[in-house]
Design a protein around this ligand. Sequence first.
Ligand SMILES: [Zn+2]
Length: 683
Amino acid sequence: MTRFTRWGLLLALAAIAGCRADTKPAPSELSKQATHDLDRASMDPSVAAGDDFFRHANGTWLKTTAIPPDRGSYGIWYVLSDQSQQRTRALLEAAPGQAAEGSDERKAREYFASYMDEATIEKRGLAPLRPTLDGINAITDRRMLARWIGQSLRADVDPLNATNFYTDHVFGVWIAQDLNDPSRHAPYLLQGGLGLPDRDYYLEPGEEMERIRSAYRTHVVNVLKLVGIADPMGVAARIYDLERRLAAAHWTRTASADVAKANNHWARADFDRNAPGIDWAALLDAAGLNSVPTFIVWQPSAITGIAKLVESERLSTWREYLAFRVVDHNAGVLPKALDDEGFSFYGKVLTGTPQQQDRWKRAVNTTNAALGQAVGKLYVERFFPPEAKARLKTMVASIVTAFDHRIDALTWMSPKTKASAKAKLATLNVGIGYPDVWRDYSNLEVVRGEAFENAQRAALADYRYQLGKLSRTPDRTEWWMDPQTVNALNLPVQNALNFPAAILEPPFFDPAAPAPLTYGAIGAIIGHEISHSFDDTGSQFDATGRFVNWWTPEDMAHFKAASAKLVAQYDAYKPFPDAHVNGTLTLSENIADVAGLSAAYDAYRALGHATPDGDRAFFLSFAQAWKSKWREPLARQLLLTDGHAPDEFRADTVRNLDGWYEAFGVKPGERLYLAPPDRVRVW
Ligand SMILES: [Zn+2]
């Protein structure tokens, strides 16, 4: 439930095939505003606010800004990410010897330096891959295959916090509080195994999808050739065919987001009965999960379908597939020819980005992925003053209060449902800047010059760290995002929020800016995250994080009717003539946008010195937070896979607030005008 999963998605893609994340230093015209005012130069007054608010606020910028060649998109969020990356680079480039031997800081610097050391990576060639490829070649029966799949599993998905459903491992694992029992952790098991981002890429008809499929098959051939596999065409055809069958078993992205469908508790013994075809004892033993009594199986029919394929497909095809997956996943820490091949498909074809980003940026991203909190600790010591934390705390409290008053003011909600909603709000745990307790990385060995092995060890150490949680009670203050990440999170099972230090920066949070600007930007972000606790998904979790219905049937019916109006509003947005926004897939985010903006607006007005100018600044500040441009292939990919609507339509959230109509004199007949009964008020 991030506000901006896109970033996370790109980082996830980066982790898959060698850091294809998406960053670039800020061109000067977009560097941090020093004026503590709106970015008036970006506006286009020739576009009426009521016709196209996104272009009214950002039109000149859109016309005059080019997306840098090494990225798929660009905007304010990226400027802040650039800032965070550059700061992080400076922290990591300090000589490793300056940090104590064995310290987490030393490990982070060694990890970064090893990733940067392309000469050593080139010199070592394919040698680091050999033990893994030999292991795969030695698989001679289904039991060994099950063991191999089990020992390759990593904690690489997160269906509730980051809404990351993608893994190229055969299954994805997530360890978190049990949906039905706040007193314990459970392992969540998700579908996986695809090289392309989603099942739709394999199964949907259409010229564009056909083009991507064909390019992907060529990519597989190219990788196999670079590794010296005989008959690369034949092998690639079999690998693709297996992936297509896996895709056919997969749930859609929209179905995967439905927690009620996903809340399936399987006892250990249920696996053999419900998903025959895999030697589950071997798999779970190799995965370190054999003594776990109960699992949450997120997409049961997909797990069943994948298990069937483990039995029915030829062992030799599985070996070919697994070998390819390992190479493709690790291209960023393998010789340049493989790295370039990875970018040419995942970067150029899948996101439309023409140029690979600089190595140091990818090194920052992978180091963050491996040792995020070790880096984060250094980051906040340097860049997050205690005053900022104190100020944000006050602001969060003011928006929580505004939200609480909005609950009181709902005319349709029964006192019983209101009491449950207010109890949930009252116990919300808000993390600002960084975690109170830092994770330590003593279980991770980092060796200078071993970029490939470091990456393997880091993913395994993280998996073991996550497994360790199974013997502990859940911690509501646990963080799921690093302080140096420009994003924010709502954590449904913890009833908690994370606001990392790196998003608490101008222009989102500028202590010197007037209140309307601050409340329109970071205020709306805070309101958005609070509102996720009450969106179509969040509203199904109670104050303790239990997945349970606390609504009266009548109240739920009203909530669903309001939600349906919002689905229709977003379904009508068409970023391309042949493609529209998926109002159902993006519903949670859209509810959070509408409710969050409303709460931030109320909190700003409650300060007591609202003016017409201030109101306009509030809404413009909000729309300017969404200033961005996207390359078409990436934008199309996100329409299929991202729970967020495109940024320009997020800016149009304003059309649901009466205050916006008053501030800009919006009249019937203008494109964004909604008659009062059509404006959606969910909270
Ligand atoms: Zn969100």
